[in-house]
Design a protein around this ligand. Structure first.
Ligand code: NAD
Length: 498
């Protein structure tokens, strides 16, 4: 059994403390464990980051960006290895892992624009001989806490930008699939980042609490489930920290009667069952406007669900791998049981799936429920598995009311050919990211990512322009250089240009 430790000050360290098993979800086996950092280990990373900050904040943004250019190259050169590491511990298919990495690399590309991003604003002659500018300064030591479902992409949403903005970063990744995250951070050091500017500390609640409680840590970025997001937001802000905490989701796709059904079905298949439904932007509810489109959807989608190619994520050419852990599998199966008990119509049942050769893997097959109603737990809760629920409504207004009443507001989409309906939907829906005939409207790196309602705690979204605002503090400087012989009398009225 080998043990994964931490990356602090450019070195691999262990603290000899508690550990957690890391599974290969396709086989159900574990020959790896991850160390769960104690508070002293986390404090070491914080001290190292604090010591690295003065030199890093004064490193020219162009030099910081050059490191990101090299980092991007290294990520691309190591694409296959990273995808294999992701797949072996998460379970997603290699192709899906490559997709995740590519979207992560886009955030590195955005960070390469550091000198442009950090230019600030300048105004000449705001008063007599007075110029003013706004500076974007780093915050200091900042930390990120990330979920299991995107072990490469979500950390890359955070630290490339935080670091080019001049901060030092501590990453606390998910303890369920730590290897790819650690390897990627090693590549950043290989790209030339000074050692203390990034540390990766593995762990659980203890490690996170150490970050929350440390006065040296000025900001926390979190991505994970809603209860933990809320905890980190309230505990962090209580201590005066800047916090952005992205939480869970229940994403609805509205199918209008005029939708291009073939394309909508293809889109739904990928969005509901890709990554085994373990995506915060996965579509888990199809809201059909009228029975006709609902019946047509069921007819077309059932054979496609039954034909899903499911197996070990590390094999090529599959649609779907296993869930991440046995607990995740049991939780998903529990929800399917509850859906049946609560009266939904189980059209395709993935509970009995056995993958030959991988009988002990954490598999659940694609599952479809019809006639789901809003009080059922399969509708109210985030299942985070390959389960799609069909809810039948009578009108677009009813569909929108349903979505607006849900506690989550991460992503949603509408399938229609009617521009007026799409426009109304985009304008009135209470969800942070909206797609029109686009099932997974995950913003590109130069826009920002964030949900509404209980899908996001905090004011600023992740990455892109909001990420720059989050990882910098504005300083407004007003400067006068009077002409040598001029003299200005004392002025007691409030200074103005009036
Ligand atoms: P999780 O909340 O269990 O874990 C996320 C992080 O929090 C991990 O690093 C974990 O170690 C830490 N953590 C867990 N319990 C903790 C506790 N009690 N105190 C402090 N820290 C704790 O989430 P997960 O299961 O890893 O990821 C899946 C969840 O993340 C889903 O709800 C999904 O919707 C959400 N997610 C959201 C987004 C988004 O952008 N909104 C993106 C990806 C995933």
């Amino acid at each position: 059994m080998s043990t994964i430790g931490h990356l602090i000050n450019g070195e691999h360290v262990t603290c000899g403390g508690r550990t957690a098993p890391v599974y290969n979800p396709s086989t159900g086996e574990s020959n790896l464990q991850v160390e769960l950092a104690d508070r002293a280990t986390m404090q070491k990373a914080i001290d190292v980051a604090k010591a690295a900050f003065p030199a890093w904040r004064n490193t020219p943004p162009a030099k910081r960006a050059q490191i990101m250019f090299r980092f991007k190259q290294l990520l691309e050169q190591n694409e296959q290895k990273i995808a294999e590491l992701i797949s072996a511990e998460h379970g997603k298919t290699i192709e899906d892992a490559v997709g995740e990495l590519k979207r992560g690399i886009e955030n590195v590309e955005f960070a390469c624009a550091a000198p442009e991003i950090l230019k600030g604003e300048y105004s000449r002659n705001v008063g007599p001989n007075i110029d003013a500018w706004t500076d974007l300064q780093p915050i200091g030591v900042v930390a990120g806490i990330t979920p299991f479902n995107f072990p490469a992409m979500v950390p890359l949403w955070m630290y490339p930008l935080a670091i080019v903005c001049g901060n030092c970063f501590i990453l606390k990744p998910s303890e369920r699939d730590p290897s790819s995250t650690l390897f990627i951070a090693e590549l950043l050091l290989e790209a030339g980042l000074p050692k203390g500017v990034i540390s990766v500390v593995n762990g659980d609640k203890d490690a996170v609490d150490a970050l929350i409680e440390a006065p040296e840590v000025k900001a926390l970025s979190f991505v994970g489930s809603t209860p933990i997001a809320e905890y980190i937001y309230s505990e962090g802000t209580k201590r005066g920290k800047r916090v952005q905490a992205l939480g869970g989701a229940k994403n609805h796709a509205v199918l209008m009667p005029d939708a291009d059904l073939d394309n909508a079905v293809s889109a739904l298949m990928g969005a509901a069952y890709g990554s085994c439904g373990e995506r915060c932007m996965a579509i888990s509810v199809a809201v059909c406007v009228g029975d006709q489109i609902a019946d047509a959807l069921v007819e077309k989608i059932v054979p496609q669900i039954q034909a899903l190619k499911i197996g070990a994520g590390t094999s090529c050419g599959l649609d779907m791998g296993p869930l991440v852990t046995a607990q995740a599998r049991d939780k998903v199966k529990g929800y399917i049981d509850a859906g049946v008990e609560q009266g939904a119509k189980l059209v395709v049942d993935g509970r009995g799936l056995v993958v030959p050769g991988n009988e002990n893997g954490f598999f659940v097959g694609g599952t479809l429920f019809d006639n789901v109603t809003p009080e059922m737990t399969i509708y109210t809760d985030e299942i985070f598995g390959p389960v799609l629920c069909i809810v039948r409504v009578g009108s677009l207004e009813e569909a929108m009311q349903l979505i607006n009443d849900h506690e989550y507001g991460n992503g949603t989409c509408i399938f229609t050919r009617d521009g007026e309906a799409a426009r109304l939907f985009c304008d009135q829906i209470e969800v942070g990211m909206v797609g029109v005939n686009v099932p997974l409207p995950v913003p590109v790196s130069y826009h920002s990512f964030g949900g509404w309602k209980r899908s996001l705690f905090g004011d600023l979204h992740a990455y892109g322009p909001d990420g720059v605002r989050f990882y910098t503090r504005k300083k407004a400087i007003t400067q006068r250089w009077p002409a040598r012989k001029s003299h200005e009398a004392a002025q007691f009225a409030f200074p103005s240009n009036g």
